[in-house]
Design a protein around this ligand. Structure first.
Ligand SMILES: NC(=O)c1ccc[n+]([C@@H]2O[C@H](COP(=O)([O-])OP(=O)(O)OC[C@H]3O[C@@H](n4cnc5c(N)ncnc54)[C@H](OP(=O)(O)O)[C@@H]3O)[C@@H](O)[C@H]2O)c1
Length: 356
């Protein structure tokens, strides 16, 4: 199937979000026309950063209100687009019938556009490695694109915290199957790691988990990682994830149903992320922060075991580096830029050492 043409038109769902905002900006920088889909184009707290982009002034960037819960919401927006980057979250990951329904909404609009050649579906590393039984990570510790969580485990249920992972796997397959059936477009999946990097708008500090954790560190109290008990952050810079989406839209080396993990393979424990702030920005006078551990006692008792399991995982990104020629920023750069943006864009006031 065809990649998108240089300078073509790309619709981005979830454009007001952390990754979506960067994707819009980088698509514009690379010469594309962008239709930014947000839930409410009048919600200036979320979208004014998009309206301030130079492409908006000329009309190369346009904003569109669409709630993917409503059938047909993208019908008019996708007409005339060659590419769609489907980044938005869904309203809930607790109900797989609902997740399938919203996939069908997007798919129907892609089919009816008659112009879209390629869709990049944003999934997650949760669709690669989220296990109800952590011993599965000991049995299959290599984290690469052909790995899926153990779908036969009877505890892989929404009420056991697996809804996000299940919904992402469902969406990957729904789009690949629909693309195959259409014969006109293809669907490529991007599975990003833990996104760290600069926010573009103050509201983005409130949602994405990782920049929000760094905000809490700056404010003096942060939490042990509960999304995978005692798991180190498996990181990637948000700007690299945006770039990966663009390369997936442009590439002639990808095929329908293929998935790429976007992470640098650099990992760091949450305590060391916090300690990095003073090391990277001594001028800030950051006083450091208190770590709280909200995990239940029975999980705390197994801390050493969990840490060893995570340390035994082998993170791979050969496929994305080879097929898409991707390189990844060092985590230190992502942390530094995240902190500076939280202060300058998010107006976060860090706790300071005496004298600063
Ligand atoms: N951040 C990470 O570390 C990470 C890691 C792995 C995968 N991902 C995936 O990457 C994608 C983007 O993540 P992000 O961190 O950029 O998320 P984010 O900042 O929370 O942005 C997600 C966007 O989804 C939109 N959205 C939610 N429900 C919607 C609905 N019913 N209809 C239309 N739009 C809806 C929101 O739009 P409005 O703001 O307009 O309301 C929001 O801006 C997600 O699919 C996420 O699962 C993220």
């Amino acid at each position: 199937m065809a990649p998108i043409p240089q300078g073509g038109t790309v619709a981005v769902t979830g454009s007001a979000g952390f990754i979506g905002g960067w994707l819009v900006r980088q698509l514009l920088d690379e010469g594309y026309r962008v239709r930014a889909c947000v839930r409410d184009t009048n919600d200036d707290a979320k979208v004014s950063f998009l309206k301030e982009m130079p492409g908006y002034a000329s009309g190369r960037l346009t904003l569109h209100s669409a709630n993917l819960d409503e059938a047909g919401c993208f019908d008019e927006i996708f007409k005339g687009c060659q590419g769609v980057a489907h980044l938005s979250h869904v309203s809930s990951y607790d109900d797989m019938d609902y997740v399938k329904m919203v996939c069908d909404h997007v798919i129907k609009s892609v089919n009816e556009s008659e112009t879209v050649n390629r869709v990049v579906v944003t999934s997650s590393i949760a669709a690669v490695m989220s296990e109800t039984d952590t011993q599965e990570l000991v049995r299959r510790p290599v984290l690469f694109e052909d790995r899926y969580p153990d779908e036969q485990n009877p505890n892989r249920q929404t009420n056991r915290g697996q809804g996000y992972s299940m919904g992402k796997v469902l969406a990957e397959r729904a789009f690949a199957d629909a693309a195959e059936e259409s014969g006109r477009w293809d669907a490529i999946t991007c599975c990003p790691g833990d996104n760290v990097g600069p926010i573009l708008s103050a509201h983005q500090k409130n949602f994405g988990p990782w920049q929000h954790h760094i905000e809490t560190m700056l404010l003096g109290k942060y939490s042990q990682n509960v999304m995978g008990a005692y798991r180190a952050w498996f990181t990637v810079d948000v700007r690299d994830v945006a770039e990966a989406h663009i390369r997936m839209l442009e590439s002639v080396n990808v095929y329908n149903g293929e998935r790429f993990i976007a992470w640098s393979t650099e990992t760091r424990d949450v305590e060391d992320i916090c300690a990095s702030i003073d090391r990277l920005l001594p001028e800030l006078g950051f006083a450091g922060a208190e770590l709280v551990d909200p995990l239940p006692d029975k999980v705390k008792a197994k801390e050493a075991e969990f840490r060893a399991i995570w340390r035994g995982c082998e993170l791979r990104n050969d496929r994305i580096r080879e097929a898409l020629d991707m390189e990844f920023r060092p985590l230190d750069v992502s942390i530094r830029d995240c902190v500076e943006s939280l202060i300058s864009v998010g107006k976060v006031a860090p706790v300071k050492k005496p004298g600063f």
